[in-house]
Design a binder for this molecule. Structure first.
Ligand SMILES: [Zn+2]
Length: 342
């Protein structure tokens, strides 16, 4: 089969398209013919490498996979050849206390398809049978692939960690990123008033189309000043962040009394200074989040099936143009998900 293979970390030229052996499913696995695989910021980390984190190279990247089951191992229950499926990207032991209390994302052996084992930027991929989920409704493969990572992450951040309540003000940074297109929709669904930031008016218009109530062009206006203006100086209840260094200090100052900052990433850098006085005087909570439980993903899939949440596709690239797709993401040109078709 053809696959994108990373032999060593580095720039775009490290994405090599090669002919490799089609994998054979273990007894509890299924072989999925990949129809679509969406990119995440994680794909950029996997390609570039992360200091202090060892990844199994060579590796096929790609964590958001949709396709058709071609073969199911004898111990893969409830799934059969021909099923249209989307793949849950998280892997866990299934036996420990976190796993058995619905917090499998806290499992000591938690791992991600496309980061810790071969992913879906290929014609075929093998995954555990318990990781495949039927595609809800009439979604296309491209739409299905655009769901798991970002909706799982955003749902866990807003519903699980920050526990957004109706009527609260939620600030969503970088509206064009996949996780923020999910975050805007989820915050609205939970009853919040949503403020979204982006670096272009075109992206802000799309954010409003997704439900954002107020938008802030951070290249033209200071988001802290805008938050103060829009909330009559009170600040927002919840901030949804994955930018890190560039937004941190002003995030802390944008929160109202009892506010919550929930973070799942550091695309602009991870070292920051915090004036701790804001944290205790205003009784703030800083909440870390990454991925979510498989139950979170099943809930999200039900909501997508009901039409309450919609995948947002920016663009679709053939696998032969994987480098161009990575470039679009690292240049922050996208609004929504970039999808690869093998
Ligand atoms: Zn476990």
């Amino acid at each position: 089969m053809k696959a994108v293979v990373i032999h060593e970390h580095g720039d775009l030229e490290k994405l090599r398209i090669e002919e490799v052996e089609t994998p054979i499913p273990a007894a509890d696995e299924v072989l999925v013919q990949v129809k679509a695989c969406a990119l995440n910021h994680l794909d950029l980390w996997v390609r570039k490498g992360v200091p202090g984190q060892k990844m199994p190279l060579p590796m096929i990247p790609g964590s958001d996979i949709a396709g058709v089951v071609k073969k199911a191992g004898p111990f893969a229950k409830g799934v059969k050849t021909g099923d249209r499926v989307v793949v849950s990207p998280g892997l866990s032991c299934g036996r420990c206390t976190p796993c058995l209390t619905g917090r499998d994302n806290l499992c000591a052996s938690y791992a991600i398809i496309g980061e810790n084992r071969d992913g879906g930027c290929a014609e075929y991929v093998c995954v555990p049978g318990v990781n495949v989920i039927p595609i809800p409704g009439k979604l296309t493969f491209n739409e299905a692939a655009a769901i798991p990572m970002v909706f799982l992450t955003a749902w866990h951040m807003l519903s699980g960690r920050a526990q957004v309540r109706p009527g609260e003000d939620v600030l969503i940074h970088a509206a064009g990123s996949g996780v923020s297109t999910a975050g805007i929709q989820i915050a609205k669904l939970l009853g919040a008033r949503v403020f979204a930031t982006a670096g272009s008016d075109a992206k802000l218009k799309k954010a409003r189309d997704l439900g954002a109530d107020e938008t802030i062009n951070y290249r033209k206006l200071d988001f802290l000043d805008e938050v103060k203006r829009l909330t009559r100086r009170r600040g927002v209840d919840v901030i949804f962040d994955h930018i890190g260094a560039d937004t941190w200090e002003k995030n802390i100052r944008s929160l109202k009394m009892g506010g919550r900052l929930v973070t799942c990433g550091v695309t602009s850098g991870y070292e920051v200074a915090t004036d701790i006085r804001y944290i205790f005087f205003r009784r703030l909570s800083v909440l870390g989040s990454t991925m979510g439980s498989k139950g979170d993903l099943l809930q999200v899939m039900d909501l997508v099936g009901q039409g309450a949440l919609k995948p947002v596709i920016d663009s679709v690239y053939p696998m032969s143009e994987i480098a161009a797709a990575h470039r679009r993401m690292q240049d922050r040109k996208q609004f929504g998900k970039i999808v690869i078709n093998p």
